[in-house]
Write a protein that binds this ligand. Structure first.
Ligand code: CMP
Length: 139
């Protein structure tokens, strides 16, 4: 197993419901470590750039509006196989399909307001972590 870093975002819906601590606890209990963490209110330009890969999708405008409506928490999580582990702990994108006990099962509302984001590959994790954290702020 390789030690990896991945980007996690606790989205506005979860922050609004005061779920930050409970969500971080699930990552920690699942074997991941918070290596960097910051609360941030994304601007429209930041959200558009972060989700640029979805630019052509019908949900893109709604997604940008959702991600900018209130602050979120961005984290670099570190651990063995962190990318896959994070995705296991989060559950499927659509909370209705998420395995029991996963974060999206417990705290997600619908396919858009799904509580958390996690990088989907090593390549994207490097890009996404670098989007929010310079190396000197990752411990
Ligand atoms: P996330 O893992 O952050 O990646 C893209 C986001 O787009 C997703 O979680 C959801 O918040 C949002 N989204 C909205 N509608 C859909 C959809 N139909 N399929 C996938 N993602 C969606």
């Amino acid at each position: 197993m390789a030690i990896e870093r991945t980007l996690s975002i606790i989205k506005p819906d979860a922050c609004e419901q005061n779920l930050i601590g409970r969500i971080v606890a699930r990552f920690e209990e699942g074997g991941l470590r918070v290596a960097a963490m910051r609360k941030v209110h994304l601007t429209q330009a930041q959200a558009e750039q972060f989700y640029a890969v979805h630019r052509e999708r019908p949900f893109y405008a709604d997604l940008v509006q959702f991600m900018t409506r209130n602050p979120c928490v961005v984290m670099a999580l570190e651990g063995d196989d962190a990318i896959a582990r994070n995705r296991e702990i989060m559950g499927a994108t659509d909370p209705a399909q998420a395995a029991p006990g996963t974060i999206r099962d417990l705290y997600g509302t619908n396919v858009q307001e799904n509580a958390v984001h996690g990088s989907d590959s090593l390549e994207n994790a490097k890009i996404e972590v670098g989007y929010f954290f310079p190396e000197a702020e990752i411990y």
